[in-house]
Design a protein around this ligand. Sequence first.
Ligand code: IPM
Ligand code: MG
Length: 367
Amino acid sequence: MKLIRFANLPGDGIGPEVMSAALEVLEQTGKVYNFDCVTTSFDVGGVGIDKHGQALPNSTLDGCRAMDAILFGSVGGPKWENLTPKEQPERAALLPLRKEFELFANLRPGNLFPELCGLSPLRKDVVGGGIDVLCVRELTGGIYFGQPKKTTLLEDGQKEAIDTMIYRTGEIKRITEVAIKAASLRSKRICSVDKANVLETSVLWRQTVTEWTKKLDPSIELSHMYVDNAAMQLVRDPNQFDVILTENMFGDILSDELAVICGSLGMLASASLGTGSNSLDFPFGLYEPAGGTAPDIAGKGVANPCAQILSSALMLRYSFGLEDAAQAIENAVKDTIRSGLRTSDISMGGSAVTTSEMTSAILSRIV
Ligand code: IPM
Ligand code: MG
């Protein structure tokens, strides 16, 4: 029996409810696909601040180090909103986790099932057939982490703040390689997004992506787009893209745009893959839903568990090499939606089921 060892970090708001749904689904999937889950829960985010004085407590970090992957819930909420940006749960938990495990490759699939196309703010004639775009975002470089990053007091009494955008060829090559791998399982098309008409880092980005793609897989159809145009094209016709490859900050912005176009954050999963291998020789990774903590519905048992469940499928695929099991979960979610079941976030005013009803329906399809 294969052992699936991962840390689960439920976090705040709806995090714990949707996490327990995902753990149930993993447990059931293990029975069918022959694996056993070994998982420990650790505090992160607001609950970390409350209990340990830190959004990412040392005990959590140590716990994650001892495991093969991290299943992350979501963090933040009104209670911690008055902290300085640096101390806020989202930033103080996620950024150090990304840095610690060098989670450089962020995969954010933008999927919209045709059955849910009414949820998209885009017209039906544009997205009626659904959406299937993958955003590959560089996650540990660029302006997020470049030094210097500081605010100083000038002699004339003004303050001056500086962030630094840096990219090295090695960082660009490794994320290009991830995009190529992803694209070869899809339609072999990559659109690399940059701002090469203004930024030096983008000139290097474009050059390196071009050279490296040619070298690694010349059969990939590679195109380039400036980020302002990409933001526009994404709302005009999202399906013109297949794989979008971009740097950290552009990816932050475009992946949120992609998410809203897909209608519901409750349906979107993501994976952040590291440079390191886990004990099974797969990439160590962190898997999390795209949505937030939804404080308004937290504790009511009505949150949509799909994004967390789909994140656990990504974990099985990338960090444990269990493609069949991952697909089984994805198909179970798809079939459940197709059968008409909806949580309130995706019910468009129609009747809605609870978190546990949705979860049971998904569980019943994993056999
Ligand atoms: C995300 C978030 C984070 C980011 C914040 C919370 C630091 O917006 O994961 O996209 O900017 O990367
Ligand atoms: Mg973001």
